[in-house]
Write a protein that binds this ligand. Structure first.
Ligand code: CO
Length: 188
């Protein structure tokens, strides 16, 4: 499948609101190929030259519904600085990821969120849980895993898992109060 900025489903297409179904394990060849292609997109999109050449918008994650397939598959690549200022990479190819717990404490990205399926600017804080625990099958590690995520990774996982319910980041922005003051929220 060719995945680029032309073929990615945008929010003008009602398909982006469709709910995604769980995928059966072990993965069929077809589902495995799709998940690999999603991951490849994210990886290539982070390479400036490839992004330019193949019309890829830089991404940290993409879900299957964004290429029009309503299955619970998502690929994520996030890099963050750890507390010692060292760069850490989180790379996942997730099947049926589920949030099994989330913190009361909130977090949001100071500059708001973006999405490959959203071209218009939507200003405002997307307030999410600061920490989430996610269970999933991960094709990279080829096993069931539990991710205890915080910071940017926690935001990205919540954003991608929202796609399975047809939810887009701006659905979380209150138009009447796009920049709420939230006590003890972590600003990323
Ligand atoms: Co998105």
């Amino acid at each position: 499948m060719l995945i680029n900025n032309e073929t990615i489903i945008k929010d003008s297409d009602p398909l982006i609101r469709q709910k995604s179904e769980p995928v059966s394990l072990p993965l069929s060849k077809e589902d495995e190929t799709l998940l690999c292609e999603l991951y490849q997109y994210v990886e290539d999109s982070r390479d400036e030259e490839k992004a330019k050449e193949f019309n890829l918008r830089p991404a940290v994650g993409i879900s299957a519904i964004q290429v029009g397939i309503p299955k619970q598959l998502t690929a994520v690549i996030v890099n963050e600085m750890d507390k010692d200022g060292k760069e850490v990479f989180y790379k996942y190819m997730l099947v049926n990821p589920k949030i099994i717990s989330s913190s009361m404490q909130k977090a949001y990205l100071e500059n708001g969120e973006g999405c490959l399926s959203v071209e218009n600017v939507h200003e405002g804080y997307v307030v999410r849980s600061a920490r989430v625990t996610v269970k999933a099958f991960d094709l990279i590690q080829n096993k069931e895993i539990t991710i205890r995520a915080r910071g940017y990774l926690a935001i990205v996982l919540q954003h991608e898992i929202d796609h399975f319910s047809g939810v887009l980041f701006y659905d979380h922005i209150d138009a009447k109060n796009p920049y709420p003051v939230i006590e003890e929220a972590i600003v990323i």
